[in-house]
Design a protein around this ligand. Structure first.
Ligand code: C2G
Length: 140
């Protein structure tokens, strides 16, 4: 059984995330998602999530491509995760191209997949903000 792992925040889950998870699963038979905790997101990525870790975890666990969700609480855990979860392949979107090649030293294949270009959680938030603002203008 080929085991794949990927990492991320997955806030405001959207089709770009699903495209990534589908292609990551296609690299093997079992997909582990290391989901950034709320603390990790704020401390390390200055991201305030709309959905809490538990809510984001529940959403991910409902996706057919995802077999296991574990917490991502620090950058450094990737090396040990490879061994602890017997991972064969590490997958990330290509916005991270080259950043995790060192995991090959742990015996994992490292794959970067093209991002889905036109969608992001940040984009969703700003679109919603603009739409609300323009809607307010229309009715005022
Ligand atoms: N992604 C994608 N297309 C998008 C948006 C995201 O392919 N339009 C991919 C990203 O490249 C990443 C995954 O979906 O592989 C999760 O994206 P984020 O939740 O933004 O994760 P990120 O903040 O990049 O955290 O240790 C690694 C970090 O936890 C990654």
């Amino acid at each position: 059984m080929k085991r794949v792992i990927t990492y991320g925040t997955f806030d405001l889950l959207h089709y770009g995330h699903i495209n990534l998870l589908r292609r990551a699963k296609a690299q093997g038979d079992y997909l582990i998602v290391a989901l950034s905790t709320d603390e990790f997101n704020w401390k390390e990525k200055q991201k305030r999530c709309y959905f809490s870790y538990e809510e984001r975890k529940m959403l991910l666990e409902s996706i057919r491509y995802v077999d296991l969700v574990i917490p991502e609480s620090k950058w450094e855990q990737k090396r040990t995760d490879i061994h602890e979860y017997h991972v064969d392949t590490f997958v990330m979107g290509d916005d991270w191209e080259g950043k995790f090649d060192f995991l090959e030293e742990e015996g994992a294949e490292v794959i970067y997949l093209p991002r889905t270009p036109e969608i992001s959680s940040t984009q969703i938030k700003s679109d919603l903000k603009n739409k609300t603002a323009s809607a307010r203008k229309d009715i005022s």
